[in-house]
Design a protein around this ligand. Structure first.
Ligand code: GLP
Length: 273
């Protein structure tokens, strides 16, 4: 697993956006062979989405031949609710780029048959050729998508009941009222994320410090589902300094030395300047 330590949220976001943009550009996607991008929601990717949209406006990259699959969606929340993940994605990203609406896929948390919806989602990912790059965030308890602690590390897309911890973390989007937060969600599984050819995780701020520690320093454990990424052949975590405070000094120092010797921050941060 590669770990990139950016100095702050802005550097992390620009680095990650440029990294994703370069992947898409180098892929040379066409209508017949599109780039398949996995997308997260949450506050962590907001800067990444903003910068990707700017690169799109500047003509650096196009999303015309990009197909997206979102990670998750609440169950029984109107798609037009401002906090549905449909609203989030269209407000913060899709409405700002040249993506074709028919290329956007988000789980339907209001489907009559939720299990069929989840199975169909997995089929659509297969039909699209699998996910080339899955971007993601982590919850404070280390969950990836909505794979709460205790989730199977080989799980597929399914219904998950949210933990109290996640409901408390997400109630800031629902007037700080826990009773307004949906109690269940549809989510891709840990196995679905692991099948992606590449995974890029954003992890920022002091509230994510424990999650980062468990994700990269402890063993693979279903109580910290993002730790499964230790088993992925091509996973990168990009974090900010604030998220590193629970890491061992030796871990922190190794990744700092490595990125300095390899020039990793500058290579992507300055890419499209
Ligand atoms: C939710 C989402 C996750 C996201 C997490 C962290 O639980 N299902 O995909 O990573 O929130 O969100 P934030 O980036 O706002 O901290």
């Amino acid at each position: 697993m590669r770990v990139i330590i950016a100095k702050d949220y802005d550097e992390m976001s620009v680095w990650a956006a440029n990294y994703v943009a370069k992947r898409i550009i180098d892929f040379k996607p066409t209508a017949e062979h599109p780039f398949v991008l996995g997308c997260p929601t949450g506050s962590s990717p907001l800067g990444l989405y903003k910068h990707l949209a700017e690169l799109n406006h500047k003509g650096v990259l196009s999303f015309q031949n990009v197909v997206t699959f979102n990670m998750d969606e609440y169950v029984n929340l109107d798609v037009n609710h401002p906090e549905s993940y449909h609203s989030f994605m269209w407000t913060n990203f899709f409405s700002k780029i040249d993506i074709k609406p028919e290329n956007v896929h988000i789980l339907d948390g209001n489907a009559k048959d939720l299990l069929a919806e989840c199975a169909h989602y997995e089929e659509m990912i297969q039909e699209a050729g699998g996910i080339d790059l899955f971007m993601g965030g982590v919850g404070p308890d280390g969950h990836i998508a909505f794979n709460e602690p205790g989730s199977s590390l080989t799980s597929r897309t399914r219904i998950k009941t949210l933990t109290t911890n996640t409901i408390q973390a997400n109630c800031r989007f629902f007037d700080n009222d826990e009773t307004k937060v949906p109690k269940q969600a549809l989510t891709v599984g840990v196995g679905t994320v692991m099948d992606a050819r590449e995974v890029l995780i954003l992890c920022n701020g002091p509230k994510k410090a424990r999650a980062l520690h468990h994700m990269i320093e402890n063993g693979v454990n279903h109580m910290w589902t993002s730790s499964m990424l230790q088993m992925h052949q091509h996973a990168t975590v990009v974090c900010d300094e604030e998220a590193t405070v629970e890491l061992k000094i030796s871990t922190y120092q190794y990744f700092k030395d490595k990125q300095q010797i390899e020039g990793t921050i500058g290579r992507y941060y300055n890419l499209f300047k």
